[in-house]
Ligand binder design. Structure first.
Ligand code: C6P
Length: 416
């Protein structure tokens, strides 16, 4: 974005107006104003989402796809309307490509269990990067154990960036699938998805993108990204827990066997054998997360009422400010400084364990995450057992970064 566009975007953004939509942000913790800097773990929810969920349960609730009565029809139409909202949000071709899951983790497990078991054989290669979240690592390890396929690693640079040349070295004729994060949950690195798609498709491999962090910080157009699967969780996108999305190209989803069996995913059931419903029902066995899906639709409506360019500019300004201010803390080392990174910042402070830091920060009302962030291979590559991590959302402010820095300086005095 150029400077003129950035400053116009900033003019269109009023963080206090946004904060007023998030009731939890005005509460206190340990008698201190809440400074919530853990949105990468789960984002807070705007009033509009909370009210939609309350209304769905208190006025319009019944099971979906079953009843011939008003409430079930209303519940079904709200649930399916949310699917259309998801479709438009990521520019998928059709709602048949939008499979509801309980989160990104389940979506990746679905692809590994269904696509993986059907199409990936002994000796075939799956390419991952060192920075993958365990959700985009362990399902492939399970598949390796079941099939004898091979996991190949694309390594990460010291600043947290991932080089396309390194993908070019690892992707080859045996590659069947490339599975990468859109944005690293630890480093904030944004991966070059379109370029990775070109390399994967050149050898006939499929590309799965773990969009858990990516979809929060930028507009996602799955057709423009040219990936084959894109997954995300609703709770990081200002929506409820218990709902996520698997987007897949229809031509690929069509060839995949069901992941789970049960009600709603069948065409016929008989002792002689069962047949499956069409997409997306084939992958949605059992009573689905009805109100959660409706809540996700409300979160998407909420995001769509914002100027997304302005939100991105705000988050960009926040990470730039954090990168400038955090080094004022004596002994602090930033982890993840790749150019163009998203608003997620890991760090370590010499002599203070990240868990102790997080516990002391909590006493000042400051919430950060500490640990391996479900990215043990990355921790090993970085030579650390854990980091502390601050992550910012559309409702985060520069004043909260000031509070973080002040609390870190105090915590360090206590711990080191
Ligand atoms: N990362 C974090 O604090 P689920 O749990 O299914 O909603 O999301 C899993 C997941 C997958 N990929 C990425 C890139 C993620 O960041 C996450 C969740 C949280 O970083 C919880 S560990």
């Amino acid at each position: 974005m150029n400077v003129a566009a950035l400053s116009q975007a900033k003019l269109n953004f009023d963080v206090e107006r946004i904060r007023a939509d998030f009731p939890i942000l005005s509460r206190k913790v340990h008698n201190k104003p809440l400074v919530y800097l853990d949105s990468a773990a789960s984002a807070q929810k705007p009033r509009q989402v909370i009210e939609t969920i309350t209304r769905a349960y208190s006025e319009d609730y019944a099971n979906v796809h079953r009843g011939a009565y008003y409430l079930s029809e209303k519940s079904t139409s709200d649930y399916e309307a949310a699917r259309e909202k998801v479709r438009a949000f990521i520019n998928a071709k059709s709602i048949t490509e939008i499979v509801y899951t309980k989160g990104a983790t389940e979506a990746i497990n679905l692809v590994a269990a269904s696509y993986g078991r059907a199409f990936i054989k002994e000796g075939d290669e799956i390419v991952l990067t060192t920075l993958e979240h365990h959700s985009n690592f362990v399902p492939w390890d399970l598949l390796r154990k079941a099939t004898g396929c091979v996991l190949r690693e694309v390594t990460v640079q010291l600043d947290g960036s991932v080089r396309i040349e390194d993908f070019a070295k690892v992707i080859g004729p045996r590659t069947k699938l490339v599975a990468v994060a859109h944005v690293s949950n630890v480093l904030g690195t944004v991966l070059p998805i379109k370029e990775i798609a070109k390399l994967a498709h050149a050898v006939g491999a499929k590309l799965l993108v773990d969009g858990c962090q990516g979809i929060v910080h930028a507009e996602v157009d799955v057709q423009a990204l040219d990936c084959d699967f894109y997954v995300f969780s609703g709770h990081k996108l200002y929506g409820p827990t218990g709902i996520g999305v698997l987007w897949g190209r229809e031509a690929i989803l069509d060839t995949m066997p069901p992941y789970q069996g049960g009600g709603d995913m069948i065409e016929t059931v008989a002792f002689a054998g069962c047949t499956w419903a069409g997409l997306p029902a084939k992958f949605e066995a059992g009573t689905p997360p009805i109100v959660e899906a409706i809540g996700l639709g409300a979160a998407i409506d909420y995001i769509n009422t914002q100027d997304r360019v302005a939100v991105a500019a705000h988050e960009h300004a926040l990470i730039a400010y954090a990168l400038e201010r955090l080094p004022e803390v004596p002994g602090l080392r930033l982890i993840g400084t790749a150019p163009g990174k998203a608003s997620v910042q890991s760090f370590v402070v010499e002599g203070a364990h990240p868990h102790d830091l997080a516990t002391v920060l909590d006493r000042s009302g400051v919430c950060v995450r500490a640990g391996h962030h479900c990215a043990q291979p990355l921790m090993e590559a970085l030579g650390v057992s854990a980091t502390a991590r601050a992550s910012f959302a559309m409702y985060s402010t520069q004043a909260e970064i000031d509070a973080l820095v002040a609390a870190l300086i105090k915590a360090r005095e206590l711990l080191v």
